[in-house]
Design a protein around this ligand. Structure first.
Ligand SMILES: [Mg+2]
Length: 277
């Protein structure tokens, strides 16, 4: 009987070891040591992230959408550049996370660890400088650069994260992966002032991001209609001046939604928000 218990225990441990693949702490033994929850427990806490993260990582549709958006971005960029009425050199303003760099392994790690987003864990991920490029992203920045369009990165990564961000992006071959082209977050998440800084010397002819706030200050306060009315009003700008990429994992769309939702847990709020027949 004792033998049976030991053998069963070994099998259980082995099965846990094979299914747990936390990406973030791969070179961090102290972080590995704190992995003490079963997959089921972890998934229970952050299960709202599973499907969105899997779609992002495993669906060919996601890959096709990124190619589609960046191809559309190239066409729009060339068309906008051909306009001769500009008084300043042309620039593009591009977000980084979930626009150019894929941080979905961090999302997956959150599910495994049953941890909500926090800045310390995020910083550890950023410092690994291991994020992969999103489909078509590197090529788009190089294409813009080849046309003589100044590529600026406007991101809410913090200025403290500048070093590893440049290291990560330069190694992947992104154009202008340097501190003069990276406008990171100092005090405010709003990107309006940073875009205005660019516009002192350049005309921004295209904006690219996975969050509507990456492209216009109008979307920073979405209001009770969740920004739908503003999107309708701007409909002719999408695909011509604004390029929006899909991010079902997180973003202002979700934080705005959760702000006023009834319910005590995030899961409860999300379920209550669903429209049903
Ligand atoms: Mg982003």
């Amino acid at each position: 009987m004792k033998k049976l218990i030991i053998v069963t225990g070994i099998i259980m441990l082995a099965s846990c070891a094979t299914v747990r693949q936390p990406v973030l702490p791969a070179e961090d033994n102290s972080a590995r040591a704190v992995i003490n929850k079963t997959v089921a427990e972890a998934a229970d806490d952050q299960d709202h992230l599973i499907l969105a993260t899997l779609w992002y990582q495993k669906s060919a549709e996601m890959r096709a959408l990124y190619y589609q958006c960046f191809r559309n971005a190239e066409i729009a960029l060339a068309e906008n550049l051909a306009w001769t009425g500009r008084t300043k050199p042309a620039a593009v303003a591009i977000d980084i996370d979930e626009t150019l760099l894929d941080n979905s392994p961090f999302q997956g790690w959150q599910v495994f660890e049953a941890k909500e987003f926090n800045n310390d864990d995020w910083l550890r991920w950023v410092e690994l400088a291991r994020a992969r490029p999103l489909p078509g992203a590197v090529e788009f920045t190089r294409y813009a650069d080849s046309l003589g369009v100044e590529v600026f990165y406007v991101s809410n990564r913090t200025v403290q994260e500048m070093g590893p961000t440049i290291k990560n992006m330069a190694a992947l071959g992104f154009a202008n992966a340097d501190s003069t082209h990276m406008l990171l977050k100092e005090t405010t998440s709003s990107k309006v002032e940073r875009r205005a800084l660019i516009e002192k010397d350049y005309e921004i002819i295209l904006l690219v991001g996975d969050n509507l706030a990456d492209i216009s200050g109008v979307y920073e306060k979405r209001g009770s209609d969740l920004g739908m009315g503003s999107v309708d009003a701007d409909r002719r700008l999408f695909g011509t001046k604004y390029i929006v990429l899909p991010n079902p994992m997180y973003g202002s769309w979700l934080s705005e939604l959760l702000k006023t939702a009834p319910g005590s847990t995030e899961r409860e709020k999300l379920v209550r928000l669903l429209e049903t027949f």
